[in-house]
Ligand binder design. Structure first.
Ligand code: SAH
Length: 484
């Protein structure tokens, strides 16, 4: 019988969606952090629940062929890259399986492997799964020996791991962080302390436009202004590529990183990046995909799935700064974008202008409010609807309205396969069939996976009875981050 503190030898046979190894003892699953499929390990049981338990990895007896040495010295403690000890090919397999398993278990699509064609990874020629991120948010704090530190939060905590040379970030961050720390030391500007809600500098946020190499640096501060900011500007602007420097005011006691007010200290309040032949202007607070090389791959898939001929009306829900909208606009009759963050819509409109694109209209608001309103008041039509919601997936009101509008195709871009599967199930019960899809690795070394799916209207009837009561319990049960 297994009890707490039992010491066992087990083989890891599977992995959870969060990247923990799963070993079984007489069919009873034990979750083991830092263990990978194929490892034979010695563990100590730390916690037992009715149907599963947790165990601590004491020793690897035999390494899995998929196990590699992590490139980053803090990968075990940091909450970011929980898959660094898995070879990149095995990471891709893990992510592909995650998407397929969600479709099987939640959407009940038994032939999910046939539908999901594969995973678009960063293992192609000319790409690397390192240094891929264009955005970083480093918390600033103080070490036990009173030094200013910047780095990342440890897994499930707010303890800062002092490390500036993150392997998935752009290499310019290192110099930026060292410059900010030196400036703070010399001018006695204290880091923020979230317990006492005192101190000044909370986060350093950086963004790099990979195509133009323009860099934006924003210091999030617990004050309305920053003393000696001219000196900071002089030092940061000397770093190659830095074209925008700002402070962002966040004086709230909150986990939210950025506040509502941003003051530009140097250069423009945006940087310009391009994906394919579309240029994008991006402000500090707007959402922008973090992996530009893979974004191009993903958007090209969206374009392929949308299958535009130039005559289509397209709606792009959760459009951010209009990235997908503008990518599709050149091939569509008109694209309508909807997004909740007003600044992102300002960027979307500016981006349309910047690219000389005139066949787009952007709305600020919730997709689940704007779409029903436009449908009721203006009887909007759509040939294709693209959705790219946050992790919680589409609101039911948005899905209901999509079905009422009755487009030929729905292209679903998702950053959480569980909510994707939930919404595909609902759409499946309401007249839309999953045709095909693909996983896309936007976030190498982390457990996150992006995916894209094409759904097609089953019949041409505009009159449709929407079976809203179908498994609504399922709809509400599967929320972002749920353990499956
Ligand atoms: N399609 C864009 C953005 C995708 S991220 C791109 O590829 O860059 C999801 C976006 O949805 C974010 O910009 C977020 O601000 C927005 N959002 C979140 N909830 C929303 C809602 N209820 N209605 C509309 N937009 C929402």
């Amino acid at each position: 019988m297994i009890t707490k503190n039992s010491k066992l030898d087990i083989t890891i046979v599977d992995m959870t969606n969060e990247g923990e190894g799963i070993g079984k003892v007489d069919g009873f699953p034990l979750f083991v952090k830092d263990a990978v499929v194929g490892d034979r390990v010695k563990v100590t049981v730390t916690k037992l629940k009715k149907n599963y338990g947790y165990a601590h990895l004491d020793k690897i007896i035999k390494k899995s062929p998929d196990r590699v040495e992590p490139a980053c010295p803090v990968s075990k403690r940091c909450g970011g890259c929980s898959l660094q000890h898995l070879s990149y090919d095995a990471q891709l397999k893990f992510k592909y399986n995650k998407v397929v398993n969600c479709l099987k278990r939640i959407a009940k699509i038994s032939e999910a492997e046939d539908k999901i064609k594969g995973i678009l990874g960063m293992n192609e020629e000319g790409k690397s799964p390192e240094n891929y991120r264009n955005k970083a948010q480093f918390p600033v704090g103080i070490s036990k020996d009173n030094n200013i530190i910047t780095g990342f939060y440890a897994m499930r905590s707010h303890e800062i791991i002092d490390y500036s040379d993150c392997k998935i970030q752009h290499p310019s961050n290192y110099e930026i962080l060292e410059t900010v720390k030196d400036f703070m030391k010399e001018y006695n500007i204290p880091p923020y302390d979230e317990v006492s809600h005192t101190g000044i500098v909370r986060h350093v946020v950086t963004r790099v436009a990979i195509s133009s190499q323009e860099i934006m640096v924003s210091l999030v501060i617990n004050a309305n202004s920053l003393a000696f900011s001219d000196e900071l500007v002089e030092r940061l602007s000397a770093i190659c590529g830095v074209t925008s420097i700002s402070i962002n005011v966040n004086m709230e006691k909150t986990n939210r990183i950025m506040g509502d007010k941003t003051v530009t200290l140097y250069g423009e309040d945006y940087i310009i990046d391009s994906i394919g032949d579309v240029k994008y202007q991006i402000q500090a607070r707007s959402f922008y995909q973090v992996n530009p090389l893979q974004t191009k791959v993903l958007y090209s898939k969206a374009l392929e799935y949308a299958d535009l001929t130039g005559n289509e009306i397209v709606w792009d829900l959760y459009c951010g700064i209009g990235t997908i909208s503008l990518f599709l606009a050149k091939k569509a009759k008109h694209v309508y974008g909807v997004e909740i963050v007003p600044e992102a819509i300002d960027d979307a409109k500016a981006n349309a202008k910047l690219n000389g694109i005139e066949n787009t209209t952007f709305y600020v608001g919730k997709a689940e409010e704007v779409l029903p309103r436009e449908y009721e008041e203006h009887n909007v039509k759509a040939d294709v609807i693209v959705v790219d919601p946050p992790r919680k997936g589409c609101d039911i009101k948005a899905l209901e309205t999509i079905v009422k509008i009755n487009p030929k195709r729905v292209v679903y871009v998702s950053c959480d396969p569980a909510t994707l599967a939930r919404d595909i199930k609902w759409l499946g019960e309401n007249g839309y069939e999953l045709v095909c899809g693909e996983a896309c690795d936007m976030f190498p070394h982390t457990t996150h996976v992006e995916s894209i799916a094409l759904l097609q209207r089953l019949s041409n009837t505009r009159e449709r009875t929407i079976t809203l009561d179908v498994e609504m319990e399922d709809y509400h049960r599967i929320k972002e981050g749920e353990r499956l």
